[in-house]
Design a protein around this ligand. Structure first.
Ligand SMILES: *Cc1c(COP(=O)(O)O)cnc(C)c1O
Length: 282
C-alpha cells in the first residue's frame, strides 16, 4: 500500500483502511495509523501473509484496531483452514467471539465452566442469550489443536524461511533482468512468499516448469476481475507490476540444495534470455 496514494484515494465515505502486508512485507504502519486516527478511520491489518513479524519493533497485527490472520492450508501457520483476529479491546473481542458463534453470549464450554464454578448462582448451564446477529465462524477443536501445535513451531518456521530467502537473494543478485519483488528486510520478518520481477514472466514460468520447478503468480489485481471492474479506481502501479510478478517455491521443508537448483535455473534463464537483450539495448 502506497501511503501517498492512499491519502489521495480517501473520501468522506471511507470508514476503514485495510493495509495488506503483501507477501509478508510490512506496510508503513506508523504513517498509516497516525493518518487514520486523524481521519477517524478504523485500521484492519490483513496479516494473512505474515505471522510473528515486527514493523519498527511492534508486532504486525497489533498496530491497527484489528489484525486478521489466515490459517489456510498454504499460509505461514495452518489449521487446514480458518484464522485468527487480534485486537487490544476486550469489549470488541467479546463481540467478535459472540458473532463467530451464532451471536450467542456464551459458548458451551464457557457455560459449562460457569456451572462448575463455586460461585455459581444457578445450575442452568444450558442458558444462553442471543443479542447479536451472528455467524458460524468459530474454529472447531480439532483444527485448534493443530494450531496450538503449529504456534510452537512459528519461530522455527520463520527462521527457516529467512535462511531460504537469504539464499535466494544472494543467488539472484547478479541477474540482469530479474530482481526481488519486495525490498526484503529480513530482521524479525515473516515473509510468506519469495517473489521476483521479470519482464518475461510467463516465459520464465514455462521455462522453470520444464525444469520441474513449480511457480505461482500472486495475484491478479481486482480491477481486472469481472465482478469488481465497475468499482475500479486508478491503480497504474499494480496494473503494471503484476505482469512481472512470479512466486518461487518457499516453505520450511524446502532444502537448501533444492533452492540452489532453482537459483541455478533462474540464473540460466537470465543469462540465456535477459542478459543479452539488456546488452543490445545498452
Ligand atoms: C489468504 C489470504 C486471505 C484469505 O484468508 P482466509 O483465511 O481464506 O480468509 C486474505 N488476504 C490475503 C492477503 C491472503 O493472502
Amino acid at each position: 500500500m502506497n501511503f501517498e496514494d492512499l491519502k489521495k484515494k480517501y473520501d468522506k465515505d471511507c470508514v476503514a483502511v485495510i493495509p495488506v502486508h503483501f507477501g509478508g512485507h510490512p506496510c508503513e504502519m506508523d504513517k498509516i495509523t497516525k493518518w487514520a486516527k486523524k481521519k477517524k478511520l478504523l485500521v484492519i491489518e490483513d496479516c494473512a501473509e505474515t505471522c510473528g513479524s515486527y514493523y519498527k519493533g511492534k508486532k504486525l497485527g497489533t498496530w491497527g484496531d484489528y489484525g486478521c490472520f489466515s490459517f489456510e492450508e498454504k499460509k505461514i501457520l495452518t489449521t487446514g483452514d480458518g484464522g485468527m483476529i487480534s485486537t487490544n479491546s476486550s469489549s470488541k473481542i467479546k463481540k467478535i467471539r459472540s458473532l463467530s458463534f451464532h451471536g450467542w453470549d456464551k459458548d458451551p464450554l464457557t457455560r459449562f465452566n460457569i456451572s462448575k464454578s463455586k460461585s455459581k448462582k444457578s445450575n442452568k448451564h444450558w442458558m444462553y442469550r442471543i443479542s447479536n446477529l451472528g455467524y458460524k465462524y468459530n474454529m472447531n477443536d480439532l483444527m485448534a489443536s493443530m494450531g496450538i501445535a503449529q504456534f510452537k513451531q512459528l519461530k522455527q518456521f520463520n527462521d527457516k524461511r529467512k535462511i531460504l530467502i537469504k539464499r535466494y537473494l544472494e543467488g539472484i543478485k547478479n541477474c540482469k533482468g530479474i530482481i526481488p519483488a519486495f525490498p526484503y528486510s529480513l530482521k524479525q520478518s515473516s515473509y510468506w512468499m519469495f517473489s521476483i520481477r521479470c519482464a518475461k514472466r510467463d516465459h520464465l514460468s514455462n521455462y522453470l516448469e520444464k525444469k520441474g520447478i513449480s511457480t505461482g503468480v500472486h495475484l491478479v489485481p481486482l480491477p481486472l476481475q469481472p465482478l469488481y471492474k465497475k468499482f475500479k479506481s486508478n491503480t497504474p502501479v499494480a496494473l503494471k507490476t503484476w505482469k512481472e510478478l512470479l512466486t518461487l517455491p518457499l516453505f520450511p521443508d524446502l532444502k537448501l540444495k533444492e533452492v540452489d537448483y532453482i537459483i541455478s535455473q533462474v540464473v540460466k534463464f537470465d543469462e540465456l534470455f535477459l542478459s543479452r537483450n539488456r546488452k543490445t539495448q545498452n
